[in-house]
Design a protein around this ligand. Structure first.
Ligand code: FAD
Length: 364
């Protein structure tokens, strides 16, 4: 008899685990939405809504042997998962991969792909009508958004505001310096070391005037708050022994267990295992966890398996539109050519359309 594993959340972590475990275990993937949301393309989708056709990918062809339940998990129990509509999904192992939320229109704010499409259409219209745009937050999403707008809509006056004194202060200084120079060369105004003190919304774009901690005031037809992701950890919070960390994440032990329940695991954005909240980090976490589950489901002792070690040399890829950008590839900072080749041109859309069993159309 194959062991049963229930995976909650069909984001980057959930789909990778479901695919790699379905030949070995009885896999049930529980996902509230009808489509996978390919976040790396959601920034460009603000200026090029057509790519939503490839960035929102139906789950229908993801699994060959495992099953998918479209529903919302309400609670995690030692012997399975209770769904909102009352069904109990029995499982020997449970993986919580509920990910994180972000501002509109980068991720669905409700459990509805239709609402996300409506939000995109709405924000795109507002952007087309705007002459001036301010972006508050210069992490990867904010910086890429500035680059995408300046590439596809060069007539907009774009201002990028960051409280940090450089762009990407956690990476070698060349990365931030080069990105700043490229943004400025396309006319983006970059304001560093200043906090926006009166953000009217943390969740959706609006029109107004920003007051900055350096005394500046910026009026913009459209202000995008882009201040980072918050983990969706509600399911885990109810479990015994759970401890929260930053951005609403939940701490996990070296075998990715978040609570006193030894058969419950957490992975991806929701789990603080020392890695940042990125797909790049999940590309290491998911294969590690799949291997661990294969071993324990065959009767091997969990504590005798190799513990997970976070990667302290993370990569980052920052396209500024399809042509330009800079990236840090663990050992060195690279420029336009490699950033375009690895990410900027296709945003990994072809890879993930294939992974979900949908061949991507050739026209980008
Ligand atoms: C705009 C944007 C661009 C990004 N670009 C990049 C990039 O280029 N490179 C990179 O490395 N990282 C990028 N990231 C970060 C990356 O998106 C996250 O690290 C990644 O999505 C995390 O994957 P996950 O599987 O943990 O969770 P998610 O992708 O958030 O997926 C979680 C899934 O769980 C489902 N879910 C949640 N709760 C329940 C429930 N109770 N019941 C059922 N289903 C539930 C959700 O519907 C969702 O499908 C970006 C993030 C954003 C916001």
């Amino acid at each position: 008899m194959k062991k049963r594993v229930a995976i909650i959340g069909g984001g980057f972590a959930g789909i990778e685990l479901a695919k790699s475990l379905e030949a070995h275990m009885n896999v049930t993937l529980i996902e509230q939405n009808t489509h996978f949301v390919h976040t790396p393309a959601m920034v460009r989708a603000v200026v090029q809504p057509k790519i939503l056709e490839r960035a929102l990918i139906p789950y229908d062809s993801l699994l060959k042997q495992g099953s998918i339940i479209h529903g919302r998990a309400q609670s995690v129990e030692a012997n399975g998962v209770l769904l909102e509509h009352g069904e109990h999904v029995p499982a020997d192992y449970i993986i919580v991969a509920t990910g994180s939320a972000n501002a509109t229109p980068f991720k669905p704010k409700e459990n509805s792909i239709k609402a996300l499409l409506d939000d995109h259409a709405d924000v795109h219209q507002q952007l087309k009508a705007a002459r001036s745009v301010a972006i508050v937050g210069a992490g990867a999403v904010g910086t890429e958004l500035a680059g995408e707008i300046s590439h596809f809509m060069p007539d907009k006056q774009v201002t990028l505001v960051s409280s940090a004194s450089t762009l990407f202060p956690d990476f070698p200084s060349r990365l931030g310096r080069n990105l700043e120079a490229k943004l400025k060369a396309t006319g983006v105004k970059v304001i560093l070391g200043a906090m926006a003190e009166n953000l009217k919304s943390l969740n959706e774009p609006y029109s107004g005037t920003l007051k900055l901690s350096n005394g500046d005031q910026i009026s913009a037809d459209l202000i995008f708050p882009v201040i980072g992701s918050r983990a969706r950890s509600e399911l885990l919070e109810a479990l015994p022994g759970v401890e929260k960390s930053s951005a609403n994440r939940v701490k996990v032990d070296p075998w990715m267990r978040p609570s006193d329940l030894s058969n419950v695991f957490a992975v991806g954005d929701v789990a603080d295992n020392g890695d940042p909240m990125t797909v790049i980090a999940i590309n290491r976490q998911a294969p590690w966890l799949a291997k661990l589950l294969r071993a324990v489901s065959q009767g091997k002792k969990l504590e005798e398996q190799k513990a997970f070690a976070p990667d302290n040399k993370q990569m980052i890829l920052i396209p500024l539109g399809p042509e330009k950008g800079n990236s840090f590839l663990s050992l060195m900072t690279v420029g336009n050519f490699l950033t375009r080749l690895i990410k900027g041109k296709d945003l990994f859309l072809s890879k993930f359309n294939r992974a979900l069993g949908r061949e991507a159309p050739v026209n980008n």
